[in-house]
Design a protein around this ligand. Structure first.
Ligand code: BGC
Length: 381
């Protein structure tokens, strides 16, 4: 197999400090260590012809769109594309990726089911000098990770929570009034889920502390509120249990922080069938899936987060192209492309094995029934 990587420089330990980004408050940095910068790598191999794309699940709408967009971009540029969908199962995804390596994939774009568990694939890819791009979800323990491309996940949570604060007018309501909230976090194996949660809690926690927001179930921790596989029916079941246990005759439920649209769907179904008060429960979401857009129009979901997948896929394409054209990963890999969206190169948020991972982060937008047409136009429906 041809030598694709050449480690050009080893950058010595830098005392990096946080700058102007919204994501800076979360990272899994062990307290005692100061992460180093990722070593720049440069592509020096022969022509890459085959790209492997591994998405985490075919069950969720967005990954089909991502896959189609990426496949089209790379095929139109003359590459062969191998594609697989993981089925939300770690072992299945690992087998599929290893198969793609066997079938000749020379560069991999992976949105992992579990950010922490791709061990054998990373080993095989490293041995064969196959670069990996972490798509939307970070991949841990790859010393040669080419880049991480995603949306600003912390900001997603902040936008969801700020919506709740504003919709309940928490800053202007009487001191002795309080509102009831329940929390549904994402799949705990997905690295993004903790960022969504932390972003949201950075806004909600002060109100929970003062008692302005009450969580009657007392279930507020990330793991205690996590919905496995982002599964709609699990979210539905948990919402039913919470409603029957805590929101009987006297208690109103005012808001549900739902981490994404597949969870929001289960929550709104349960509220529709089993919540018997007059108030409209505020429900957040993320992805602008088609059923959820309909629910926002009907009023049964309050908001979602729009992450333009065209932009995420195109940014990934540009990054890969630049890399294959010899631009070092130490430089901005979006350079030279006329992007009509904002993307922030970030080297001080995401850490893997005490190394800061170079990330390219796009900005999410909030969608409500007021701005839905303006943001989505007709193309998304
Ligand atoms: C993505 C979300 C998606 C969720 C479930 C996350 O990693 O960032 O957009 O809703 O996975 O698929």
């Amino acid at each position: 197999m041809h030598k694709l990587f050449k480690i050009v420089t080893l950058i010595s330990i830098l005392a990096l400090f946080f700058t102007n980004c919204s994501s800076q408050e979360v990272s899994n940095i062990p307290e005692e260590t100061t992460p180093t910068s990722q070593s720049p790598t440069i592509y020096t191999g022969e022509k890459v012809q085959t790209i492997g794309i591994s998405m985490p699940a075919a069950q969720l709408e967005r990954w089909h769109i991502d896959a189609d967009l990426l496949k089209t971009l790379f095929e139109d540029a003359g590459y062969d594309v191998l594609l697989s969908y993981g089925d939300n199962l770690i072992d299945t995804q690992i087998n599929e990726i290893n198969q793609m390596i066997d079938q000749g994939a020379q560069l991999l774009i992976i949105a992992p089911v579990d950010s922490d568990s791709l061990g054998s694939c990373i080993e095989n890819a490293n041995k064969a000098n196959i670069p990996i791009v972490a798509y939307d979800r970070l991949i841990y323990h790859d010393p040669y990770l080419l880049a991480y491309v995603s949306y600003d996940n912390y900001m997603v949570g902040q936008l969801q929570a700020q919506y709740i604060v504003d919709a309940l007018d928490l800053n202007n309501s009487d001191n002795d009034s309080s509102f009831n909230l329940e929390i549904f976090s994402g799949d705990s194996a997905d690295n993004n889920a903790i960022y969504f949660y932390d972003g949201a809690m950075s806004i909600l926690e002060p109100y929970i502390k003062t008692g302005k927001l009450k969580v009657l179930s007392n279930q507020t921790s990330f793991y205690g509120t996590s919905v496995s596989s982002w599964d709609t029916s699990l979210a539905h079941e948990r919402m039913e249990v919470l409603l029957s246990s805590y929101y009987g005759t006297n208690q109103q439920l005012n808001a549900v922080l739902a981490a994404n649209d597949s969870i929001a769907l289960g929550v709104s179904e349960a509220i529709e069938s089993s919540y018997n008060k007059d108030n409209q429960v505020i429900i957040t979401g993320q992805d602008c899936d088609s059923s959820n857009i309909q629910n926002i129009r009907d009023g049964s979901q309050s908001m979602s987060i729009f992450k333009n997948l065209n932009n995420e896929a195109y940014a990934t394409f540009c990054i890969v192209q630049n890399y294959l054209n010899g631009v070092s990963t130490g430089d901005d890999l979006t350079e030279g492309y006329d992007l009509d969206f904002t993307i922030r190169r970030d080297s001080n948020t995401y850490v893997s094995d005490d190394v800061y991972i170079t990330s390219y982060l796009l900005s999410p937008e909030m969608v409500t029934n007021v701005n839905i047409d303006e943001i989505l136009g007709n193309s998304q429906e």
